[in-house]
Design a protein around this ligand. Structure first.
Ligand SMILES: Cc1cc2nc3c(=O)[nH]c(=O)nc-3n(C[C@H](O)[C@H](O)[C@H](O)COP(=O)(O)OP(=O)(O)OC[C@H]3O[C@@H](n4cnc5c(N)ncnc54)[C@H](O)[C@@H]3O)c2cc1C
Ligand code: FES
Length: 284
């Protein structure tokens, strides 16, 4: 069911040659996370939901970053980058008009086409909302193609919430169930649910595990508990779709940095059904 990258890079000139992308917009979302909109000169990026690109800063290095916007016919695409080390700090210091190198898009994608006619349950923790957003926005743009859409989002505390305007919009929509939680908060700073993301599941009504696909993206610790909860709700492994993060270098299945047994996360993933990876001890 999961679409992999093998055919979608065939037409590119070189999978190793970065292409110039210009920063057009930048907005700080949290203390460490900044939104970036980039533009390629000659073509749309041509990505699918859940894919990533390798972003390079000359003289510094390269980092895999998920594309946060849905597929589009324009040359622009969006990312959210957490300032964590050398490359991500260098990207944070860019201003509109500055350029980076882009290779990709790479990796497998959320199978949004084959999920048409199904219920979608998005479970996003922290910066996991970034790749999930690409699929969420696509599903909302094509709302009639899907049945019930439920979005669960968890943040460490209120200051870590991403895309707050969009969260508000999702909350106010009648055709979407949006529930949110923070792990902790100071008194008087948050009037919503407090607790880890799994504390939202008991609030869900009438989830039919046979007609629903869960798309789960978040920090490693989240997967185990979310999957246990989905099992309690009688979801099958094929109805649980996850996106994995691994250290990567080449992004195209050559260097082995992202390898787990016989899988290359950069090429066979990052999106997998839980059925595909549950036997791999290291995966989750
Ligand atoms: C498929 C994929 C998609 C990603 N999407 C995003 C995204 O949308 N936004 C975003 O901010 N980041 C994303 N990341 C993570 C991002 O690639 C790393 O944070 C980045 O490579 C760090 O580079 P750096 O040079 O700034 O830090 P480094 O100096 O290389 O590392 C700083 C610290 O972060 C750790 N680290 C680096 N990479 C990873 C990783 N992949 N997993 C766990 N720890 C890591 C290092 O061990 C070190 O402790 C993604 C990673 C993958 C594999
Ligand atoms: S990053 Fe090189 S093989 Fe996956």
């Amino acid at each position: 069911m999961i679409q992999t990258m093998h055919n979608n890079i065939e037409n590119k000139k070189s999978i190793y040659l970065p292409e110039v992308a210009t920063l057009v917009k930048k907005k700080k979302l949290t203390d460490l996370d900044t939104y970036f909109e980039f533009e390629l000169k000659d073509r749309p990026l041509g990505h699918l939901y859940g894919q990533f690109v390798e972003v390079s800063v000359p003289g510094i290095g390269e980092a895999p970053i998920s594309i946060s916007s849905p597929p589009t016919a324009t040359n622009r695409f969006e990312m959210v980058i957490r300032k964590i080390g050398q490359v991500t700090t260098a990207i944070h210091s860019l201003e509109p008009g500055d350029a980076v190198g882009i290779r990709g898009p790479f990796g497998s994608s959320f199978p949004m086409e084959s999920l048409k006619g199904k219920n979608l349950l998005f479970v996003a923790g922290g910066i996991g909302l970034v790749p999930a957003r690409s699929a969420i926005l696509y599903a909302l743009q094509n709302r009639n193609d899907y049945k019930d859409i439920t979005i669960l989002f968890g943040s460490r505390d209120p200051s870590q919430r991403l895309f707050t305007d969009e969260l508000q919009e999702w909350k106010s929509r009648k055709d979407v169930t949006f529930l949110e939680s923070v792990d902790k908060c100071d008194p008087g700073t948050w009037d919503g649910n407090v607790g880890v993301i799994t504390t939202l599941f008991p609030l869900l009504k009438n989830v039919n595990p046979l007609e629903t696909y869960a798309i789960v993206v978040g920090p490693p610790v989240m997967y185990k508990f979310v999957i246990m909860t989905l099992y309690d709700m009688e979801f099958s492994d094929k109805h649980i779709i996850v996106s994995l993060e691994r250290h990567m270098k080449c992004g195209v299945g050559k260097c082995g940095h992202c390898q787990i047994n016989n899988l290359y996360v950069c090429q066979d993933g990052p999106v997998f059904t839980y059925d595909d990876i549950k036997h791999l001890k290291e995966a989750i």
